[in-house]
Design a protein around this ligand. Sequence first.
Ligand code: ZN
Length: 101
Amino acid sequence: MKEYIERAAVEKIIEDGLNNPDKNKAFGHDAIEIMAEIHYMPAADVAEVKHGRWEPGNPICPVCGENKFKDLDADVWADWQPKFCPNCGARMDKEDEHEAG
Ligand SMILES: [Zn+2]
């Protein structure tokens, strides 16, 4: 599983390392300390964004394989093109590979 960390928090750790007034420390030693601090910082609670694209006339999400009309009245919602898959949350913003170029 991928882990995500906060950019600003990493920049702060590196900045603190660069501003370390202890001039006797070799740079390599500082880099190892910075690496250790980044390694042990808590991972952010985020999920990777998945991308897909609704195919015309096909209600099946290409990412999770679920029907977007699951639990809905398909007649009422027939033209519904949600920006996100209601089942897995994939973003439906992918370019059509046939038109792209
Ligand atoms: Zn889905």
